[in-house]
Design a binder for this molecule. Structure first.
Ligand code: BGC
Length: 819
């Protein structure tokens, strides 16, 4: 142990006190031993340090910080160097704001396009997500502070996010859902990992020793700190045993006492606690060093400029018929769409950043050299039909040479705590594009949203530029691409399916009650579409440029693939080249091809560069469930170099020696997996893959509600009061929605709705404790008066104890904090 001397001087209570927060964002300090508290703050694409009232839903404002493009956007850059640079900028701002741990990047896989936080995550591909996350972590941590990769793991839906049990087979877990984390830990060397709210195969991730000890610590040698997601701790002692150092936010000392009691009763050894304290102290002391230098303000303008550079490399040109873009100089341009007036540039929830400044499209048109003949709003942002707006827009479009129509999803639809209900953009926007097309076929749509949407209007537009959520400088970056100052080089980090029904998890997303079954196995994203031959609108890895590239001269060695890229067009540009691997043997089912490397090059017209994409430990491996190890199957592999997953330019095969492991599967028992048509797997076949029965997926409505049941389950509670409370929540949600308070309705109501009862004690900073919660549960379960008496009695006890004992962790800042 590195901090043995200090730990030896600490009392048991002092050690336990470090294991949960002092308040909403800070860790506990121990003044007499010179242990300071440290500050944790969101979030992935900017710093959200709240000055006053704290919350984890992004409701209360934070100190202004640069709002970079969100991860879904940055992933389209396919540029690790850029990711690292962005990380450096984030790290610098974090140091300026005295933030020790920056709660990002978020790297969960995009299992379904409807998952509410997709905008915060990188990709449907673990390799791409892992590499970009690792580079960002390196950048952030180059300033001495810590990144915090999240949410570990299989946190892929918002519905019942704090309690849902994810049922997934071990191979899929390893190959799809953990590989990005593995790269972030082993290559990015993240100092902190955030455990996820959900369960994994029947155990809360934070207590899951397979995940937290066997994989994270033993296999990946992670020596840093695991912090719970906010309010995500279930059994504090079980969490500690699994290696969780820090529970956030504060529980006002309640769970510290549980640790002390477990040690005193001999349930766990004190060394388990000491190890956790040692690792936490390391995080505290090493990240504090970052603040030893005199603080200087960051260069706001320079950081804004960097946000623009990141956006410029991440925006994706999806369609450019008749080379409608870049806009020729002097053409009369009509600018239409609410998103041109007010850019959609980030998502909602805990990642929300208060930007230092915000570029505005309409104010920047002239500077961009775009000859605008006017602006019309065209549609109501929140989907209400408005013929007047539409007519005015059509009238303007009639007079223009080219129409720029800014469309997308609103702020309320893409939010933490809430999955999307469908894959469409609002109907009024589609109708607008159709109407514009009737009067002017020269339409360029600029799309702003953080996840895949259906594009039924795509044949009505000649140009389609996907801006994703491009941060505070996004509006300007878009204009520079439209005007041709920058050649687009973003490529999709997720597939755009034609319809939602085509997606592989369609039948199994989201889990609504106890569990969610990942029946599609490893066939998510392009792994599914490609293998099952399902047509898509835009494939993974796809994106156009204002120039063209030729791929030639492929050479394979045992270390990697070397080839030449030439810019064969008329302007300079960047190209992201992708290496995919397929296996010619069908002894073990696999996706037709999988991304195993990529590179991005900048080329002037006529210029060529020879590049090598190296092979690594992930190129040929698969996870064998019999040996419980990564193995290599001896076979002929096809190495493909593509401009996208569907545009393979060069390919060669390579024989690779295997590790000689026994074959893990009986082929006839897994027909859907062997054919790759895994979107509608039967329960029996899924159980064959899992190797055991799945747990009951439905609530047992006859059982009384307990700590881990959610407030939504009050709908069938025995207590009338609870059923009434459920109706009141539903009513307030629709009421707030109707009066236009949509974000508040969604964020508060959905977070409350899906919160387990234990959250009442874990998230109120000492206002309620677990014994009081027992009383609440009595009320919920039909014993109103007994429960009420219990709550009041326990509250009295709690207050007396807090006063009398002077408890270690009496929260200093519970006031002003919301759930
Ligand atoms: C989110 C985390 C976030 C934390 C603190 C949670 O609700 O899931 O991503 O870092 O709140 O705001």
């Amino acid at each position: 142990m590195k901090y043995k001397d200090i730990i030896n001087k600490m009392t048991l209570e002092e050690k336990a006190s470090l294991m949960s927060g002092k308040d909403f964002w800070q860790t506990q300090d121990v003044e007499r031993l010179g242990i300071p508290n440290i500050y944790l703050a969101d979030g992935p694409h900017g710093i959200r340090k709240q000055k006053d009232a704290a919350d984890h839903l992004g409701l209360n404002p934070s100190i202004p910080a640069t709002c970079f493009p969100t991860a879904a956007t940055v992933a389209n850059s396919w540029n690790e160097e850029l990711g690292e640079k962005m990380g450096e900028y984030l790290g610098e701002e974090a140091v300026t704001q005295k933030v020790n741990v920056l709660l990002g990047p978020g790297i969960n896989m995009k299992r379904s396009p409807l998952a509410g936080r997709n905008f915060e995550y990188f990709s449907e591909d673990p390799y791409l997500a892992g590499k970009l996350a690792a580079s960002m972590i390196k950048g952030i941590q180059s300033h001495g502070i810590s990144a915090c990769v999240k949410h570990f793991a299989v946190n892929n839906q918002e519905e019942r996010r704090m309690s849902i049990d994810t049922v997934v087979d071990e191979r899929t877990l390893r190959e799809i859902y953990l590989t990005a984390f593995e790269i972030a830990v082993m290559e990015g060397k993240t100092k902190t990992v955030m455990s996820a709210y959900n369960m994994l195969n029947g155990e809360y991730t934070n207590e899951n020793t397979h995940l937290m000890r066997e994989i994270l610590r033993d296999e990946w040698n992670f020596e840093g700190v695991v912090v719970t997601d906010w309010g995500g701790s279930n059994d504090r002692v079980a969490g500690l045993v699994a290696g969780n150092e820090l529970e956030m936010p504060t529980t006002a000392g309640e769970t510290n006492k549980e640790i002390v009691a477990a040690i005193q009763a001999g349930k766990i050894k004190e060394e388990v606690l000491d190890e956790c304290v040692d690792r936490l102290l390391d995080l505290i002391f090493t990240t504090q060093e970052a603040f030893n230098k005199p603080t200087k303000e960051f260069d706001v303008q320079n950081h804004h400029q960097m946000a623009q550079v990141v956006a410029e490399e991440s925006i994706v040109l999806l369609k450019n018929d008749e080379n409608i873009l870049p806009l020729p100089k002097g053409k009369k341009v009509a600018v239409i769409g609410d998103f041109a007036k007010e850019a959609r540039y980030q998502g909602a929830g805990s990642s929300i950043v208060n930007p230092t400044t915000l570029e505005n499209t309409l104010e920047s048109l002239e500077e961009a050299g775009i000859n605008s003949i006017g602006f019309e709003q065209g549609f109501d942002r929140y989907g209400k039909k408005n013929n007047t707006l539409m007519k005015k827009a059509v009238a303007l479009a009639e007079k223009a040479d080219v129409v720029l129509v800014y469309i997308g999803l609103d702020e309320v639809t893409e939010a933490e705590g809430l999955d999307r209900q469908n894959m469409s953009i609002p109907q009024n926007q589609i109708e607008l594009v159709n109407a514009l097309y009737e009067v002017n076929p020269n339409i360029v749509a600029i799309l702003s949203c953080g996840a895949a949407v259906e594009l039924p209007f795509v044949n009505k537009v000649k140009g389609l530029l996907h801006a994703y959520l491009s941060g505070q400088a996004g509006a300007k970056a878009i204009l520079r691409i439209l005007a041709g100052d920058v050649s687009p080089s973003g490529k999709l980090a997720e597939t755009y399916p034609i319809r939602y029904e085509d997606t592989p998890a369609y039948h199994q997303f989201p889990g609504k009650e106890v569990s969610v079954e990942y029946r599609e196995g490893p066939f998510i994203g392009y792994r599914y579409y490609d293998t099952a031959n399902v047509n898509v609108l835009y494939p993974f890895g796809y994106g156009l440029s204002y120039t063209t590239f030729e791929y030639t001269n492929m050479n394979l060695s045992k270390d990697g693939a070397t080839f030449t890229i030439t810019n064969t067009g008329k302007v300079a540009g960047r190209e992201a080249a992708q290496l995919y691997v397929g296996c010619s043997s069908d002894a073990i089912f696999r996706p037709k091809k999988e991304l195993k490397g990529f590179t991005k090059v900048f080329l002037y017209p006529g210029e060529s560069k020879t590049v090598t994409i190296p092979f690594d430990d992930k190129t040929f491996r698969y996870f064998n469930v019999v040996t419980n190890k990564w193995e290599i199957e001896e076979a002929e592999y096809v190495i493909m170099i593509g401009a996208s997953s569907a545009d393979i330019r060069l390919e060669e095969s390579l024989f690779v020696e295997g590790t000689g492991a026994p074959l893990p599967y009986e082929k006839e028992k897994l027909p859907s997996y062997y054919s790759g048509k895994a979107s509608n797997v039967t329960l029996a076949e899924f159980e064959n893959l899992l190797g055991h029965k799945v747990p009951e997926a439905k609530w047992d409505r006859t059982k009384p509600l307990g700590y881990n049941d959610t407030i939504a389950q009050c709908q069938y509670a025995k207590g009338m009061f609870a059923r009434f409370a459920f109706k009141a929540i539903k009513f307030s949600h629709s009421f707030l929605w109707k009066i236009g308070k949509r974000s508040t309705a969604n964020l508060i109501m959905m977070s409350v709705y899906h919160m387990p009862f234990r959250g009442m004690a874990r998230m109120t900073g000492g206002i309620m404790n677990m014994p009081m919660l027992d009383g609440v549960l009595m009320i919920v379960n039909g014993q109103f008066f007994k429960g009420l008496r219990h709550v009041l009695r326990e509250r009295k006890k709690m207050l007396k104890a807090a006063k009398g004992e002077g408890i270690i962790n009496a929260s200093s800042s519970s006031k002003g904090e919301v759930l």
